[in-house]
Design a protein around this ligand. Structure first.
Ligand SMILES: C[S@@+](CC[C@H](N)C(=O)[O-])C[C@H]1O[C@@H](n2cnc3c(N)ncnc32)[C@H](O)[C@@H]1O
Length: 294
């Protein structure tokens, strides 16, 4: 069994390590009395993440984190509810694309017989599974980790892992789209559609291109050295979905509903994060999409 020291030594690539930033936000949310969810494993990922976590939580990223506010907590709760509704409505498979350090397989109260597939890069699963084995992840969930590059043809890897395209599926694409070039976005939606039986559901988080230009992001970047993690992160943020996913889905046989962050913040009585505040000039938008295959 791996120790947490060994886990911290299995460093992730920068894009893989973005999952640590989300885990840190989930660990922080878990400590609140009025938390929107409880993710006890998130803190273990943070502890094992070593220097890679410190990069995300340093003074240099303070403005960026200030602008993001409760975004990660709000979107986590939104998609927790989405997935539980979808499995409650009959989806017996869940596929979490770019799962990162997502622990929903273990922490959500799934109906019996739900199978959860996670797709991500091998460096992320090496880190994640070493922490899970050290901290004794519950065994009562049928979780299957699928190593694949989501810019390519990943469907065969999912099928090889036991995915059944004839069953209604709940799909989740959270925290991924901004890292994909335009053609890869189109191919991603098309592969999901090909594998989706009727009544499948799809949750998508989509950040608009302005995310790199909000006043707080720009101030953060100006304050950082050019070789800082912030600039490396900005290079990863492509935001190249030419057609917003909600529109793509609506024109390809999905019924899509879109919720934006200010609405979600009001729903859960949280402040609207500064970067997404429509009263601030140059604000960005995040669309949280819940779609059903007609
Ligand atoms: C910001 S994290 C989000 C993780 C998770 N969805 C969440 O919200 O907690 C981005 C994740 O996307 C994964 N990712 C990015 N590009 C990918 C690709 N081409 N193929 C597979 N995974 C990818 C990274 O490895 C990382 O785990």
């Amino acid at each position: 069994m791996a120790t947490s020291e060994e886990a911290s030594n299995s460093a992730m690539t920068l894009v893989g390590a973005t999952a640590l930033a989300v885990a840190a936000a989930r660990a922080t949310e878990t400590m609140r009395d009025d938390r929107l969810f409880e993710d006890l494993l998130a803190g273990q990922f943070v502890l094992a993440g070593g220097d890679q976590v410190l990069d995300w939580l340093s003074e240099r990223t303070r403005l960026l984190r200030l602008g993001t506010g409760d975004l990660f907590a709000l979107r986590t709760r939104f998609f927790d509810d989405f997935l539980l509704n979808a499995t409650g409505a009959g989806c017996t498979q869940v596929v979490i694309l770019a799962a990162g350090l997502d622990t929903r397989a273990y922490r959500l109260p799934w109906p019996a017989d739900v199978r959860v597939f996670e797709i991500d890069r091998s460096d992320v699963f090496t880190f994640k599974d070493s922490v899970l084995s050290t901290h004794g992840a519950p065994q009562d969930c049928d979780r299957r980790a699928v190593v694949a590059d989501l810019r390519g043809q990943w469907a065969d890897s999912l099928l090889d892992a036991g995915f059944d395209p004839h069953l209604p599926t709940a799909w989740l694409v959270e925290g991924l789209v901004m890292y994909l070039p335009e053609n890869d976005c189109d191919r991603l939606w098309a592969q999901i559609a090909d594998l989706s039986a009727a009544d499948s559901q799809l949750g998508v988080e989509y950040s608009t291109r302005q995310m790199l230009d909000t006043p707080l992001t720009q101030q953060s970047m100006l304050a950082a050295d050019s070789d800082d993690v912030l600039h490396a992160l900005a290079d990863l943020w492509l935001n190249e979905c030419e057609l917003p996913p909600g529109e793509w889905l609506a024109s390809h046989g999905w019924q899509a509903q879109i919720c934006e962050i200010p609405e979600l913040a009001r729903r859960f009585d949280r402040p609207v994060p500064a970067a997404y505040d429509p009263t601030v000039q140059g604000h960005a938008r995040v669309e949280l999409i819940a779609a059903t295959r007609k």
